[in-house]
Ligand binder design. Structure first.
Ligand SMILES: [Zn+2]
Length: 265
């Protein structure tokens, strides 16, 4: 699933479309649009003012006749946005859900193989259901401790909760916990004071490293991929690169979690 680093890189690429005028909008899969259908007619003739990210959500700021609104996209499990420069989307036609056509010969295609992605249109530039962004300067070790330490949930599950921190998913939660040396099965209530600082540093480090690498290397031929190679995620049975013990896999919050049973305490 695309997580914060993949979404951040997508937003950077989308900024090439700033200032473009929307000539047309095509909804190939009506189910992808969850709300804001009344704005669909407004999209045609609107101008792109910019793109930004909140958690794993991509906001496209559009304006038309003094009306300011946002096309919001969540990539789901396997969604991606492709900018096309020619009148040809045949290579992604099979997965095409939503298409914007621009004045300068550009197209923006929202493609999704497994159809967990979603789009909605809103006047609000903020989703209040989402927690703090892990890369926000407002996030401190004390803030993470405040969010998690009273909760009798596994630390891995807490990291996946988008209402607490927004943007971390299965891959980077495992990576951050490995870097911090914390076992994913421990409860928030059992994490020690100095471990919150380790976790804070690990989250920042793994996300920033993955952003620089363009996201995780998914080894997928259709979904665009980055160069970040996970240190623990997906490495069941391989030796831990820190202590050489075997990496194990365990289901937590119905997701596969990977960790080292020796050096993650
Ligand atoms: Zn280890």
């Amino acid at each position: 699933m695309p997580e914060l680093p993949e979404v951040e890189n997508t937003v950077k690429k989308l900024k090439a479309l700033n200032g473009c005028l929307v000539k047309g909008v095509f909804l190939f899969d009506p189910l992808v649009l969850k709300s804001g259908k009344s704005y669909l007619l407004k999209i045609k003739g609107s101008k792109i003012k910019g793109f930004f990210r909140q958690g794993k959500y991509i906001f496209c700021n559009l304006s038309k006749e003094r009306c300011n609104f946002y096309l919001v996209i969540h990539l789901g499990m396997s969604g991606f946005l492709a900018i096309k420069e020619k009148d040809d989307v045949s290579d992604v036609a099979e997965y095409l859900r939503f298409l914007l056509v621009f004045n300068k010969g550009f197209f923006l295609a929202f493609c999704d193989i497994r159809k967990f992605g979603k789009v909605f249109i809103t006047k609000k530039p903020l989703l209040t259901s989402l927690g703090e962004d892990p890369l926000s300067p407002n996030l401190t070790p004390a803030k993470i401790a405040y969010l998690f330490k009273e909760k009798k949930q596994k630390i891995k599950s807490l990291l996946l909760r988008q209402d607490l921190l927004s943007g971390i998913g299965n891959i980077y939660a495992d990576e951050a916990l490995w870097l911090a040396g914390i076992k994913p099965t421990r409860l928030g209530t059992n994490i020690k004071e100095d471990e919150w600082t380790k976790l804070y540093k690990a989250i920042k480090k793994v996300l920033q490293t993955a952003i620089k690498a363009g996201g995780t290397d998914l080894g997928d031929e259709v979904v665009p991929s980055g160069r970040y190679t996970p240190l623990v995620y997906g490495r069941e049975g391989f030796p831990c690169s820190r202590c050489r013990a075997k990496i194990v896999r365990e289901k937590i919050a119905s997701r596969s979690s990977y960790f080292c049973s020796r050096c993650q305490k």
